[in-house]
Design a protein around this ligand. Sequence first.
Ligand SMILES: [Zn+2]
Length: 257
Amino acid sequence: MIGETRRESPSEYIEKHLLNEVTGEMGDNASQELSRMIGIIEYQEKGDASIESELLKLNLSYETPDLNPEDFGRTIIEKFPEFMNNFKEMTSLKLKSGDATLNIFDITPKDVRIFFNPYIDTHIGYISGKKIFIGSDINKPRSILALLHEIGHSHENEIIFQEEKNRGIEPQEDLAQLLVSERNAWAFALKKIKPFLNNPLFKKDAVSLFMKRCLTNYEDKIKKDLLVRKNISGSLKSTIPNEHFDEFLDFPRDPEE
Ligand SMILES: [Zn+2]
């Protein structure tokens, strides 16, 4: 959906570079593998931190933002009000491993702000308007992948949310669009992290499996949403939410949940 050029589509990219590259035994839970800490950051009101492990170096600058409940978006206010405390705002984040470098704010739209919470450890990440929220400390590969995924969403937010917002369309259509958006965001994250896949903290198989399972879980959730909406709504009308909410679950979802 981005551009008209007939290059690899995001799903083709994912097929080629992600789904077929899972080799070897990764165990059940790739996110555990990706939760190894690069280091511990003692957070202050604001500051700079530098941590390093397994030849991966992370340089962070942060401050403490003034956030109001409405900044967090509807899902959090309604479902996870306790989520809103103690966020930090990232003002700079750079990763380095061997020859690979990644400056997070080089790949983030200028008007998008990034918030994360070092004091909780959830699998939640989302984008509400121009604000990205990551529900964990940024000192582990899993959080960095979640952040890259949300930055991926931030690049196409405009397209999805402006034109379609509040236009009553068939759920099949908007859910399909959400899935495309989800694949796009993982394709973006994978491209950006690719130079780091030699680093032991970003084991290629773990990263591939993690993304693959998150995507599968998302697809399952969408299918379920579709069934629920079909059952409760006579008109089948729906609206595109103004936030994109992700749970980075890399284990099989309970179908009855
Ligand atoms: Zn997503």
